[in-house]
Ligand binder design. Structure first.
Ligand SMILES: Cc1cc2nc3c(=O)[nH]c(=O)nc-3n(C[C@H](O)[C@H](O)[C@H](O)COP(=O)(O)OP(=O)(O)OC[C@H]3O[C@@H](n4cnc5c(N)ncnc54)[C@H](O)[C@@H]3O)c2cc1C
Length: 541
């Protein structure tokens, strides 16, 4: 079963994130959850698990968090909201540039009128996003085994043995592959990566040029190309290649060849800091889970960067999975809860794949017909309803998980309302900071009885007189109570009765505690369930 603390951590780690080099032959180290990959997805997932009190560790082959070169350029509104739900959005907002970043086929989609505190996106390079996330994970004391490469794993009915390149191994109750598009975990698990082969290939690089280039964006029959200054004063090159089937890692020769084909010269290119290749390959894991092994982020889905959705989707995968996995390893929910992770997140990424393929079908051509198509779409998107729909999709604010028919809030993100509680004014997102389920009652105090879940679910009596508005959907009827999952999605909406409340609490947070168990909780003041005793006491008042 799962373990509450790792062993022998001191032998394997010389301080968090710095592995000792003299650790061959030590006993197998155990954690409840091992995550492969300290990219944005793995870091976010580790933070979520640590907040839930789960013993989690990350294995990462990179020596440190430095990321050479630029990948993702920022965050969409829903991701900013998710970070706000954990009280860390300001760390990102203070270092980036707030702007209207949502686009479809390069057509800007303004979300300034959406009912959210974050009716914008954030321009912030991935290296900064990772650095800030890693700082948060460090505060939560998650060990990161750096300079360690996972080579394989084997799972049995109680856990997973994870093999590292240095001959050591780790034991975990669950293994999560957040190891990027070429995921070893996905391959070793034998999970099909179904989808579409690339039709176009781009090189992206930071270099120095001997000659002054043609700055800016150029469209031609091959696609889009651009030359711009990076924040470090280097030249950022984006160039569409003539071929899509180049094997291996990209070289300076490949870059030179691609530039000559487009511009007739390579401008005396030299001293590359990094060169990377991306394509419009669109693939998705057929299953996000096999037994005790799960996938998240690029390991589960890859697509063209158009629309800037990859990192955002991965971070949101992590927040969907984190609390579920925590409940399963703690034994409060059955393992079948993990199936809802695939059920909810697979369609979200499938939609991302679909819209990136549409993007590319439109953008890769630059003839008069393609221009006419873009103009036609721009005309459509200038109308309010289509603009809201597409902006809701690209910003992630319209995501609705399928929890069946019901109130429009069901399965959607909770609005971050300013409510008044017994402890004074609070934002709903503030009540989610410690990633615990929330029962928010707007009716008479004690209207509904959730005491059998009091060890897991925080109950807050609240007052709110303002409107309930959702992006894209608009105004909705005010509920008398809501159950909000730790990821901020509404799992139950109360009307005049508590119909379905017990089922929803059981589905999402496990079966009710017995009366005897509740007695123990009160007696021990939160022994098993964190501050369950305090919550129970609060409800009894
Ligand atoms: C040019 C470009 C532009 C992009 N622009 C955007 C954008 O604007 N917005 C956006 O949202 N997304 C964008 N993306 C996508 C974004 O970069 C990825 O979606 C994101 O990095 C995925 O995060 P991840 O944590 O899932 O995987 P990764 O960032 O790939 O992290 C995986 C980690 O796992 C480690 N790892 C891999 N294998 C092993 C192993 N066997 N053992 C140990 N460690 C291992 C790696 O070292 C790495 O640190 C862009 C991508 C590219 C290429």
């Amino acid at each position: 079963m799962w373990v509450t603390s790792s062993r022998p951590r001191t032998e394997l780690l010389a301080g968090v994130g710095v592995p000792a080099d003299t650790n061959r032959g030590v006993a197998m180290t155990e954690h409840a959850v091992v995550i492969v990959g300290a990219g944005p997805t793995g870091l976010m997932l580790a933070g979520e698990l640590a907040l839930a009190g789960v013993d989690v560790a990350i294995v990462e082959r990179r020596a440190n968090q430095d990321l050479i070169g630029s990948r993702a350029g920022g965050l969409h509104a829903r991701t900013i909201e998710i970070l706000d739900q954990r009280g860390i959005a300001d760390r990102f907002l203070s270092q980036g540039r707030v702007a209207q970043v949502a686009r479809f086929a390069s057509i800007p989609l303004d979300i300034g009128d959406f009912p959210t505190r974050h009716n914008y996106g954030l321009g912030l390079w991935q290296k900064h996003i990772e650095r800030i996330l890693a700082g948060w994970v460090g505060e939560l004391a998650v060990p990161i085994y750096r300079r360690r490469q996972v080579m394989g794993f084997s799972q049995d009915h109680t856990g997973v043995d994870v093999e590292l390149a240095d001959g050591q191994s780790l034991r975990a109750s669950y293994l999560v592959g957040c190891d990027g598009g070429r995921s070893l975990v996905r391959k070793a698990a034998g999970i099909e990566f179904a989808g579409w082969d690339p039709t176009t290939s781009n090189l992206i690089a930071e270099v120095e040029l001997a000659e002054e280039p043609e700055w800016g964006i150029r469209h031609d029959v091959h696609g889009i190309h651009s030359l711009s200054r990076s924040e470090d004063g280097l030249v950022r090159v984006l160039v569409t290649e003539q071929h899509v089937d180049r094997p291996g890692e990209p070289t300076l020769g490949d870059l030179s060849e691609a530039l000559v084909a487009v511009y007739g010269t390579d401008y005396g290119i030299h001293s590359p800091i990094w060169i990377s290749r991306f394509t419009d390959m669109a693939r998705q894991a057929a299953s996000y889970r096999t037994g005790r092994v799960l996938l998240a982020g690029d390991a589960a889905h890859v697509h063209h960067p158009a629309g800037g959705q990859g990192l955002n989707t991965g971070v949101q995968d992590a927040v969907n999975l984190g609390w579920k996995l925590a409940q399963v390893v703690k034994g409060t929910s059955p393992a079948s809860l993990l199936d809802s992770y695939h059920a909810e997140r697979h369609p979200v990424a499938a939609r991302v794949l679909r819209n990136t393929m549409a993007h590319i079908a439109i953008l890769r051509r630059s003839d008069e017909r393609a221009k006419a198509l873009v103009e036609t779409i721009a005309e459509l998107l200038s109308m309010d309803e289509p603009r809201k729909r597409f902006a809701g999709m690209m910003s992630g604010l319209d995501i609705r998980y399928d929890f069946g028919e019901g109130h429009p809030l069901l399965g959607r993100r909770t609005p971050d309302l300013d409510v008044v509680t017994a402890n004074g004014p609070r934002r709903v997102f503030t009540l989610l900071h410690d990633a615990r389920p929330l029962y928010l009652n707007f009716g008479e105090p004690g209207d509904f009885d959730i005491s059998l879940w009091a060890d897991r679910v925080q109950q807050v009596e609240a007052r709110y007189a303002g409107p309930w508005e959702l992006p894209v959907v608009g105004a909705v009827t005010a509920p008398t109570a809501v159950v909000i999952r730790p990821d901020g999605y509404v799992a139950w909406v109360g009307g005049r009765t508590q119909l379905g409340l017990a089922d929803a609490l059981t589905t999402w947070f496990g079966p009710p505690a017995t009366r005897e168990y509740r007695g123990q909780c009160r007696g021990s003041r939160g022994g098993t369930g964190g501050d369950g005793g305090r919550v129970a006491d609060f409800i009894e008042r």
